[in-house]
Design a protein around this ligand. Structure first.
Ligand code: ADP
Length: 871
């Protein structure tokens, strides 16, 4: 028997009267303190006292409800447990109370209550004197047998519990290390016992009695556990059976065995993929990556999100045309014929494309410059690109770059992102299935920039012949050779193409078309194409050239032919309805004429006459006539003309002039209007204007102010009654030299039709002319348009875009165009027929401009006459 360290408790103990639970020696219990006596005890003994002794309390169980012990001390249980207060936790809510953690030390018996208030204190006698136990025992053997029996049951009970729980394992160890005499109390507090049973154990002061009383409790607990385990086992067996069935199903999924259809398919796919990787002709580096990835894929469960990612990646890798290409057809003569057949005019562009192809024929290496076609919309840039692919016998793919502002659009996303995919270049290659297609990079001038990087920078690598043989898309993560791809770019303007990108490309300007060119394009290409698309034949519809001209001048205003094409489409649709209706009515006469390509009216009639069968059957109805589209039909189909404003109407007042502007959409005529009002010499500018244009306006005004005397310009209001006074005043001011055009006058300059921002210096001459008209009161010629930059001294400097501007003037039906003298050389580019229709005035200073812009020149003498006429 192990020796027990003696516990000596004080002879007087403060009493903690508990209502619920019984604390046995050797166990720990949490108890709530809320009665007045107990609260006092905690406050004065535990919270104030500092010695160990002050934390020893006498815990008396089974006292009546503390609420009822208001005054007198209730009858106390004679036997209690001396306890050590280990922890005090206080709270004020919902009412002041403490929670005590107490550990039982030994039994005691109340000898006498010595004090009742504020909390009871009693003289006590310690009952458990464990060290004396062997001597007081009747026979050591007897107790030994009892304790052995108890120990056996205790061990049996603990071993029935789950030994993997640390507390249970510890309890098992305690059974061996603790003195046997302490075990009944400890086990009683652990096993399921009622308060009454615990109280009986507490009262069992004799050890023998205690053992005897606890053994049945242990046995009861063991039986209970046995019963519980039995029922649990049933349940567990069921569970195990379920678990056992599942793995059986999984095992059947092993390849080769009888398998679920889906899984089988997946496995087949992987085998196929593996085979494709083995047989594909991808470069070694890419092959290595694929082999690695397929190994990973095989190990991956299909439910993993990465499974799908890896599989998609591998599928793309095997699909890419690493080594697949088409053979180029390099016949320059055939190419020329094809380009001529497909495209009317565009001589400069076609010439450059043929040069490019010729070099390609002589030197089988495509490290040439990247061609970039720059011009207004609808002039055929894209379709020339397509023709280049056709002549070479290559695949064609268009990549629209307008609005692209994320560099991963070009270079792909890294595979770490969910939803990652390759960039447009790699995607395009996958689509065409060969590694030498023609890629048309459409609208490079409309690339955006954003936080996601600069796509233009990504394009640099793609377009650089020195770098693009190992272009690495982020998604692929292996290099792909782009050197065989023929890149052609298109743009509306070079102004917004990043300089580094511009540097990699050879710019070929594609200007807008003249009216005559448009008519030719319409009749050679657009109309036949539209007829075919609408299932019409030339025998059913006829569009004469005058009608085409009407559409061009009155229904469209563009540099290219896209709107024209759309209008022709609208006409064809309307005619298709008529034809379909007619066919319905004359179903029996529906005998399609075979003459193709030469659909003229006479021809059809002739055919009709020469055919004896139709002679007999068509007696009732004449042979079908083509529907002729004249101006009335045009009005019916397209509505009233959209652009019919007479230019001369707008020039019926002083202070209006026509300028010529260049925009990315082609040349445009631009009306500049000016008016004046009383004010303080302020200049107001309206319309969508850039800064350079504003500067031009200031320059023009300054020049006019300084030359006001020379040209007899005045800011006077033309009030008839005051005219003599004005004349006198004007001469006086002139003489004194203090006259200023802006004195007491505000000027408003307006540039109408301004949805598109206009900027550039070329409006200088127009603004000066317009203001000269305003201050002189004379009308500008209604058939004259002008362009040119001005200086403060009145010189006229050259400007760009002359061809487009002249074409715009021609489109608008103007007759005279004033251009800077140094732009004379640009007139050579203008088609002869346009040059014939227009008269060109070249000017080197504003004097010359004004003389050409006003009828009879702009001279000093005209003023009195003008004033008379105004009267
Ligand atoms: P862009 O790319 O310059 O905006 P597109 O190439 O899309 O213009 O051309 C628009 C339409 O005009 C196409 O149907 C094209 O065939 C036609 N087209 C333009 N220019 C010509 C031309 N010179 N000859 C024949 N068709 C032309």
């Amino acid at each position: 028997m192990s020796s027990v360290s003696p516990i000596q408790i004080p002879s007087r103990l403060p009493l903690l009267l508990t209502h619920e639970g019984v604390l046995l020696p050797g166990s720990t219990m949490r108890t709530s303190v809320d009665s007045a006596r107990n609260l006092q005890l905690v406050r004065s003994r535990l919270l104030k006292g500092t010695s160990l002794q002050s934390t020893i309390l006498g815990v008396i169980p089974n006292t009546p409800d503390p609420a009822s012990d208001a005054q007198d001390l209730p009858p106390l249980h004679r036997i209690g447990t001396a306890a050590l207060a280990v922890q005090v936790v206080g709270s004020n809510w919902p009412k002041p109370h403490y929670t005590l953690l107490i550990t039982g030390l030994c039994r005691f018996q109340i000898v006498q209550v010595v004090k009742e208030k504020p909390y009871p204190v009693a003289e006590v006698e310690q009952l458990d004197r464990l060290e004396e136990f062997p001597n007081t025992c009747k026979t050591r053997e007897e107790l030994g047998e009892l304790s052995e029996q108890f120990y056996k049951y205790a061990v049996q009970l603990v071993e029935m519990l789950d030994m993997s729980v640390p507390a249970v394992a510890k309890l098992r160890r305690l059974l061996d290390s603790l003195p046997r005499e302490a075990l009944p109390d400890i086990l009683t507090s652990i096993i399921r016992t009622s308060n009454k049973e615990k109280l009986q154990i507490l009262d069992a002061v004799s050890l023998e009695e205690r053992f005897k009383m606890t053994i049945p409790l242990l046995v009861r607990q063991i039986e209970g556990l046995k019963l519980l385990q039995k029922t649990r086992k049933h349940k567990q067996d069921d569970d195990k059976r379920v678990i056992a069935i599942r793995p059986m199903r999984r095992i059947t999924h092993v390849p080769g065995a009888l398998a679920d259809e889906d899984e089988d398919e997946d496995n087949d796919d992987i085998v196929m993929l593996e085979k494709k990787i083995r047989t594909s002709s991808m470069p070694e580096q890419a092959h290595k990556v694929c082999v690695k990835e397929i190994k990973r894929l095989k190990k991956m469960p299909q439910s993993m999100p990465e499974y799908a990612l890896t599989r998609n990646y591998l599928e793309l890798m095997v699909e890419l045309p690493w080594n697949k290409s088409t053979t180029d057809r390099l016949d320059i003569r055939a190419a020329r014929v094809l380009l001529d057949n497909d495209h009317y005019a565009m001589e400069k562009l076609k010439k450059r494309v043929l040069e490019y192809l010729a070099v390609r024929q002589l030197k089988n290496n495509l490290k040439g410059p990247i061609l970039c076609f720059v011009g207004p919309p609808g002039v055929g840039k894209t379709s020339v690109g397509r023709s280049v692919a056709k002549t070479l016998g290559r695949e064609f793919h268009r990549i629209a770059l307008g609005g692209v502002c994320d560099q991963s659009d070009i270079r792909g996303h890294r595979r770490t992102y969910v939803g990652s995919m390759p960039g447009r270049i790699i995607n395009g290659l996958k689509t065409v299935g060969v590694n030498n297609p023609v890629f048309l990079l459409d609208e490079v001038d409309k690339l955006g920039k954003s936080l996601q990087g600069d796509p233009a920078a990504a394009l640099l690598e793609v377009l650089d012949p020195e770098q693009n043989h190992n272009f690495t898309d982020h998604y692929l993560n292996v290099a792909f050779d782009l050197s065989q791809v023929l890149f052609i770019a298109t743009a509306n303007t070079t102004a917004t193409i990043p300089p580094a990108l511009l540097d990699r490309m050879e710019i070929i300007q594609v200007p807008g078309y003249t009216q005559e060119e448009k008519i030719e394009i319409a009749h050679r290409h657009l109309i036949p194409k539209q007829l075919e698309q609408h299932g019409l034949t030339p025998q059913q519809i006829q569009i004469p050239q005058v009608t085409t001209l009407d559409i061009i001048t009155r229904y469209t205003r563009e540099a290219g032919v896209r709107s024209l094409d759309r209008k022709l489409g609208a006409i064809c649709r309307a005619v298709a309805v008529k034809v379909a209706e007619g066919q319905h009515r004359e179903a029996k006469l529906d005998r399609p004429d075979v003459a193709e390509g030469e659909g003229c009216k006479e021809h059809t009639l002739e055919d009709g006459k020469s055919d004896p069968v139709s002679d007999t059957t068509d007696l009732a109805l004449p042979p079908e006539m083509p529907i002729l589209i004249d101006f009335h039909a045009l009005k019916d189909i397209l509505g009233p003309p959209m652009y019919e404003m007479e230019v001369s109407e707008r020039l019926s007042q002083p202070g209006v002039a026509i300028g010529l502007a260049w925009t990315p959409l082609g040349g445009e005529i631009m009306f500049v209007e000016a008016s004046r009002m009383d004010g303080e010499g302020q200049l107001t500018l309206t319309g969508q204007l850039g800064n350079v244009m504003k500067e031009s306006a200031h320059l023009a005004i300054s020049w006019l102010r300084s030359n006001a005397k020379k040209y007899h310009l005045t800011n006077e209001k033309e009030k008839t009654g005051l005219i003599f006074l004005h004349q006198n005043l004007f001469s006086f001011l002139k003489a004194s030299g203090s006259f200023d055009l802006l004195e007491n006058t505000d000027i408003h300059l307006h540039f109408p039709a301004g949805a598109v921002t206009k900027d550039g210096p070329s409006a200088g001459v127009t603004i000066a002319t317009c203001l000269a008209s305003l201050f002189s009161g004379r009308l500008v010629r209604s058939d004259v348009a002008m362009t040119g930059e001005i200086t403060l001294r009145g010189l006229v400097l050259p400007v760009g875009g002359i061809k487009d501007k002249v074409l715009a003037a021609h489109r608008a039906g103007l007759k005279r165009v004033i251009i800077p003298q140094r732009n004379e050389k640009d007139l050579e580019e203008i088609p002869a027929n346009v040059r014939q229709d227009l008269s060109f005035i070249t000017a080197s200073c504003l004097d010359e401009v004004l003389n050409a812009a006003f009828d009879g020149g702009f001279t000093v003498k005209t003023r009195p006459g003008l004033l008379n006429s105004k009267l």
